[in-house]
Design a protein around this ligand. Structure first.
Ligand SMILES: Nc1ncnc2c1ncn2[C@@H]1O[C@H](COP(=O)(O)OP(=O)(O)OP(=O)(O)O)[C@@H](O)[C@H]1O
Ligand SMILES: [Mg+2]
Length: 236
């Protein structure tokens, strides 16, 4: 057997489009079980398009996407979740008029079995228990992000992809979320963190991939003591 065996997600030379706009160019990456990986890059380089290609929301015209050992050129929006890849989307996408608890329950619409349930999410984020019956719209930005992470964990993912989770949040909340994400990784969930906040990358990720103009252009180990070396790849 080979290294592919424990790959949770891989993109092999993927070209993805919105209409005729060619956004991802021979985009390749592979994430192994247990890893904590960061995907970094400036605004507009194609980070969210990578997520959209995975979810069948950007058109993949060539290349292959393999999730948990299954290869398809087109994945439908719910299929990665069934295979254990859950996305915490950019902008959080909390359902405003559902309560916190109802939003959490949506996270396991695919009925994957595993250790996560509402009680465990409340242990991870006690504030969500306090606000269990509050509409999503009434939460602060940080609480909404916690809810978005909780909702993804409810799907018992092997891999959780977080798309710029700290956008617009205060530094103290960013640190709190970083500790939680690291804890979730240590408990066995593979993490792909899409970020421009290098402070968070240093706290959470052990390896990075840098994206520019729709391609992965660099990769390496994250050295928390020399994180400024990665600044060239993000907005300063
Ligand atoms: N639905 C869409 N239709 C057409 N073009 C789009 C669409 N969404 C994004 N784009 C374009 O695709 C390119 C990549 O955008 P994408 O959202 O993937 O960037 P990003 O790296 O996630 O940026 P950010 O850090 O700002 O979230 C940009 O030029 C953007 O304008
Ligand atoms: Mg984005």
């Amino acid at each position: 057997m080979n290294a592919q065996v424990n790959s949770v997600l891989s993109f092999d030379q993927v070209n993805a489009y919105y209409g005729n706009a060619h956004i991802l160019h021979n985009f390749s990456l592979s994430i192994s079980e247990g890893e904590s990986l960061a995907l970094i890059g400036r605004n507009g380089v194609g980070k969210t398009t990578f997520v959209n290609a995975l979810l069948g929301q950007a058109r993949v015209r060539s290349g292959q996407i393999t999730v948990a050992g299954k290869t398809r050129s087109l994945w439908r929006p719910y299929q990665p979740a069934k295979e254990g890849v859950m996305v915490v989307p950019q902008g959080r996408r909390i359902i405003a008029n559902l309560t916190v608890e109802e939003n959490l329950l949506l996270g396991n619409a695919v009925h994957r079995k595993g250790p996560w349930n509402v009680e465990r999410i409340y242990q991870l984020f006690p504030i969500l228990r306090e606000r269990a019956h509050t509409p999503g719209a009434a939460l602060s930005g940080g609480q909404q992000q916690m809810l978005a992470i909780g909702r993804a964990l409810m799907g018992n993912p092997r891999l959780m992809i977080l798309d710029e989770p700290t956008e617009g949040l205060a530094p103290v909340i960013v640190d709190q979320l970083g500790d939680i994400i690291r804890q979730v990784n240590e408990q066995g969930t593979t993490i792909l963190l899409i970020e421009q906040n290098l402070h968070l990358v240093a706290r959470v990720s052990r390896r990075y991939l840098a994206v520019e103009k729709g391609s992965v252009i660099a990769e390496g180990e994250v050295d928390p003591g020399r994180i400024e070396q990665l600044q060239q790849f993000v907005v300063v």
